[in-house]
Design a binder for this molecule. Sequence first.
Ligand code: ADP
Length: 603
Amino acid sequence: FWQRYVPLLSSKRTKGSQEKNGASLQRLLGYMRPYILRFAAIISLVVISSLGEMAIPYYTGRMTDWIMNEEEPEAFTHAITVMSLITIMSAVSEFVCDLIYNITMSRIHTFIQGLVFKSVLNQEIAFFDTAHTGDIVSRITTDTNTMSESLSEKLSLLMWYFMRVFFLFVFMLRLSWKLSLFTALGLPVIWVIPEISGKFYQSLSVQVQESLARANDVAMETFSSMKTVRSFANEEGETRRYKQRLEDTYSLNKKEAAAYAASTWTNSLSSLALKVSILYYGGRLVTGGDVTSGDLVSFVLYELQFTSAVEVLMSYYPHVKKAIGASEKIFEYVDRKPQVPPDGSLAPQKLKGHLQFKNVTFAYPRRPDTPVLKDFSLELKPGQVTALVGPSGGGKSTCVSLLERFYQPQEGEILLDGQPLHSYQNQYLHSKIAVVSQEPVLFARSVRENIKYGRENATDDDMFEASKMANAHKFITDLPNGYNTDAGEKGGQVSGGQKQRIAIARALIGQPQILVLDDATSSLDTESEHLVHQALLKSSNRCAILMIAHRLSAVEKANHIIFLQGGEVLEEGTHAELLEKGGAYAQLVQKQNTAFQRNTGEG
Ligand code: ADP
């Protein structure tokens, strides 16, 4: 029946998602384990406050009987005093319980946020190629918030109402088992209907979250590429795109609101029907002499509390489901294993910096059928400069990504001092290999902090030395606040060439064994580029340098030049050898010289 008429409850989906829900709930409970004592206190307080709630209906029933039997007025005074004391105790317990619960849940919330963040940071770079930043951020912020809001507010109430339902039923049983049985038989009605609408609501709320994440994506992409958007004057286009995503979210929100309203409405209607039936049956029991009038009054008061507590339980159920839905998305990230082999343990005191690519073949995970490097070999020797040149798209930057272990080659191997790259500790490896890219990213901190980012314990003298070598010291001291000048978000407050030189200083301060310059001086004028290179060549007796350059004049002095085209080595040798050979390199040099002469009007 369910499978046929209620698709959301169909067996496959229900079984699978229930297992998943159960697993997520177990995980969440697992995070609560360290706070077991606090939870024990919370549960005790819930028990005390729920028991206290029983006082008013109990004494109201007793008073009704006393009125009927014309008892002494002292009994009333006594009953009211006891009732007030119990009610105050119940309220205080509830307050303390809420306080402990919410503080504990905030602790767990921040802990889980930290877990997601750490796990995302450990993912392989290919993960970031495909995942959208908006989605990642939304899992850390929106999803964890949804989870913890639903859990901290609703789960505590859920627990509280659950306990209340339990005690109310015990008291009801004591008064009349017949009426209690009658009430219990009516319960499935107020259970099943909200369960169906709750399922529907849950699936909609997952869709709303996903749709919000898509809208976030557009906003983040637009703000982070604001200059590009402005220079294409595409503000309207971007606004349209964002509005479209918001419209999608809005239409899902409408459905979600309708589903929520429907689920609460069905709850109220069914509990109303139950109340009327109980009054009718209870009246007959009183006339039959089964129960006293006072008992019926107490029972009806208990029952009112009971069904409203069940109602509340049911209406909170979707929220808990929502929390579980959000936690599933969170745990998907927490559990994700990075798809590169884990790093090794090698961290030798002395490293020569002899690096070899041996017959490496590599395709990006997103395009597994298109090899970007084919049977590629390269050797970097300490104290030597090796240059990679060739047309754009040839695979030069890919070599750098492999060197940084962002990806794993499918064939061949990369060796550092004779050992596979992945047998070294990741942190060690990155402290020995420094890469400066064409568009380095600076942080929105001072120039000093940006440079010292390259080595935690660097002194100011180290910083000055590195800056001088990067030909950056002079312009930095000329900045309004010198080394304390703010670099701006993504280094937006310094020019492209200045950014590159700060990035070179940041790389040099770590005294790397291997220095990779991926077109890192492209924004400098020829004179500055020449100065930087000279300084670097002086330092290169310490390290091996891999230089990627489009401007061939920059690599003339390299010890070895490799011309890479379509992922294959077309030719290699020194500048003089390659010129003499008269191949692709020589032609490119010729072309660039002609263009240079034309630009400077010498041709
Ligand atoms: P070069 O640095 O020589 O200009 P790249 O190494 O950047 O060349 O690129 C080589 C090829 O790899 C290009 O065809 C490029 O489109 C592709 N490529 C680069 N990065 C990625 C990526 N993250 N995912 C898929 N393909 C990529």
